[in-house]
Structure formats: C-alpha cells, structure tokens
Design a protein around this ligand. Structure first.
Ligand code: AMP
Ligand code: MG
Length: 355
C-alpha cells in the first residue's frame, strides 16, 4: 500500500433512489437514501457508501471516519516523521521504552498473523523494503535494484515480529535491523476500525472500498454487494464476487507498486526468504470476516505462491482464496470457486482441496 498525504477529494453527495413499488414490493415509494463519498487518504482513493440512513447521520459518521483515516495515516505512515518512526528508532537500540499506544495494536495483531504465515507476512522487514526503494513516493526515481550483497547482509540477521518484546508496561527490540513497516496490512486495520465506527453510529448497510480492498456490512438495498476483482494483466475486471453480512475482500498484486530496470519489473511484495520480490504470483484475493487478516493473508499468500498458498491459508484460518499464478492459471479452493464469476475469458482453473 502506498501512503500519500490526505487530500480531500469529496466528490459525490447524497442520492435518493426511488424504491420502485413494482420491482421491490414496497408498499409506498419511500426513498432509500444512498450516501456516497470519495476521499484520497492512506495512498488510496477510498469510497464510503452508506445505505438507508438519514443524510445527517451519514454525514456525521463520514466526518468521524475521515478523522480516523487522517489519524491512522499520520501515525502509521512508514517513512514520515511520526509515532512509528520514533518506535522504530527506539526498537533498534535494544533499550526498554514505554509501550506506544498508537502502534501497540498493530504490533500485537501482526505478531500473530506473522507467526501463522510462517514469517511470510513479516512487517519487521522495513529495512529490506527500504533497500528496494519502496519507501518513497515516486518509484520513477529508482534506476536499478539494490546490490545482492546488501540484500544478503540483511538476510543474515533478518528481523522477525517476535523480535519485539514486552515487559510490563515497556517494550524493546532484540534485533538492530528491525524496522516496522505496516504497509502490508495497515489498510486492512484502518478499514476494520472505520467499519466498527460506522457500526457504533448504528449504521447497518455500508461499504468502505479502499482502492478495490474493502469491507462490506449488510446489503445494498436487500441485495449482496457485487465486487469487481481487477485483472492483473491489462485493464478491466477479471472476476466478480458477491458479499453480504460482514465480509472483507482484499487483493495483493504485482501491478500495484513497481519500478522497471533494464526491461524487468520489480514489485513491492518482498519474499523474506530470498530478499527479492516474490515471483510466482500475479495477484491473490482473499475473503475473510476482518479486513486486517484478509490484508495480511493476501500479502502472505502472494509470497507463498501456487505451491504453498493452501498450507499458509489453512494456518491463517482463511476460507476463501483465489490466486492468479505467474503463468495465468487460477488457483482456488472449492468454496471460493462457487462464489467467483469470471468476467474475462474463462481461465485455466486449478481447484485445491477444501480449506
Ligand atoms: P500489500 O499490497 O497489502 O500486499 O502490501 C505490500 C506492502 O507491504 C509493501 O509496499 C511493503 O510496504 C510491505 N511488505 C512488503 N513485503 C512484505 C512482507 N513480506 N511482509 C509484510 N509486509 C510486506
Ligand atoms: Mg496486504
């Protein structure tokens, strides 16, 4: 995920859709309110849609979650001066320091997810991400990949999330290379926290869509939310899936952030085992109840690739996966396959055993 400074791009306002008596069976033509706003925050265009609430309530809830996004963006940005940067500089020293309340939930949650993913999802490898140059806004400035020798130096003492230790009300690091970078799941944490905030306002039907990664609650006028999954090669939609109740859909792709050098593309999802961008996958889509887990799992399964995704998905408790391999084959578990509708030409499908 790329972070950019919050720019307000408020676009759309409240729309009223007439509830058609003949189609929906409504006894009156009472309007169903659809509130829709778009904002650029946390490096992504975020669309917020709220269905069936008074516009005053939707406006109030939207203002509250804008504040949430702004706070999280400023606190968790991986390469701007903020609380995370301060924690990173202290962790490297090995000295004890008071628990940082704004970062603590991310550390705790990512320690569990990292362990479950056998270290494939590893937000402690910020130094490696930085070495590749992905800690900058403009990737056009990168001319070539880092020296292999520099990658090997970092791999020799590669930090793990379990290198962050807690003692009472203090924390400390035990690896001088540790640098936390929550780019692989901060968007998910942010989407979870804003959906929970909408629920506190009593909102039952809503979707927060952060550049194709989303969590949806309730329904859209009684029908499931229909979600498009991007084609990793070329424009357009690859597949569609319907979600309702309370579900998150997150995708990690090699097309999201990358630079080119000598005709080769280098993307931003780094395999902690090799120190290089994972090269067996085009994209992975995960459906899960909470967005933070879906986000972390999409990153981990992307790295795991066609051979290992099933094992890691099981360990992370994930029930719905679609992985588009480097050769274009689509790997899915059977329950995911039942939900996926291909929009482009039917690809080669490799069905796994159940998850
Ligand atoms: P995503 O698009 O959610 O897969 O996240 C990609 C971002 O996660 C990158 O831009 C890095 O900031 C970070 N990242 C890269 N490799 C890893 C990894 N192995 N584990 C955790 N985070 C990573
Ligand atoms: Mg992710």
């Amino acid at each position: 995920m790329k972070f950019n400074f919050y720019i307000s791009l408020k676009i759309v306002t409240t729309i009223f859709i007439a509830c058609l008596v003949s189609l929906s069976g409504c006894s009156s033509s009472k309007p169903v309110a659809e509130f829709h706003e778009t904002v650029f925050t946390m490096g992504t265009l975020v669309e917020v849609t709220i269905i069936g609430e008074k516009s005053a309530l939707s406006e109030k809830a939207y203002a509250a979650i804008l504040d949430d996004f702004n706070y999280m963006h400023n606190t968790w940005h991986p390469w701007k001066p903020n609380a995370l940067k301060r924690v990173n500089s202290l962790l490297k020293t090995g000295a004890s320091f008071p628990l940082a309340p704004s970062i603590l939930p991310l550390i705790k949650k990512s320690q569990i997810l990292s362990e479950q993913s056998q270290g494939l999802f590893n937000p402690a490898i910020g130094q490696l991400v930085k070495l590749w140059g992905f800690h900058q806004d403009n990737l056009d400035e990168i001319i070539e990949p880092p020296e292999d020798s520099s990658i090997q130096v970092l791999l020799k003492q590669l930090p793990k999330m379990s290198d962050v230790k807690f003692k009472g009300l203090s924390m400390f690091g035990i690896n001088e290379n540790i640098q936390l970078d929550f780019g692989g799941f901060a968007k998910g944490v942010a989407v979870d926290s804003t959906i929970e905030h909408l629920k506190e306002f009593g909102i039952k039907n809503a979707i927060i869509n952060a550049g194709g990664d989303l969590r949806a609650i309730g329904t859209k006028n009684g029908r499931p939310w229909r979600i498009g999954i991007r084609n990793p090669r070329g424009d357009g939609v690859f597949a569609a899936v319907e979600v309702s109740g309370d579900e998150s859909v997150f995708t990690s792709g090699d097309y999201e952030r990358y630079f080119e050098s000598n005709g080769k593309q280098y993307h931003h999802i780094i395999d902690p085992r090799t120190g290089y961008p994972a090269d067996k996958t085009r994209s992975v889509t995960v459906i899960h109840s909470d967005a933070a887990t879906a986000d972390a799992a999409a990153t981990a399964l992307f790295i795991a690739g066609p051979e290992k995704w099933h094992e890691i998905a099981k360990a992370m408790g994930i029930k719905y996966v679609m992985l588009i391999a480097g050769n274009g084959d689509v790997h899915m578990n059977p329950t995911m396959a039942k939900r996926i509708e291909f929009i482009i030409k039917q690809p080669v499908i490799k069905l796994s055993s159940p998850l």
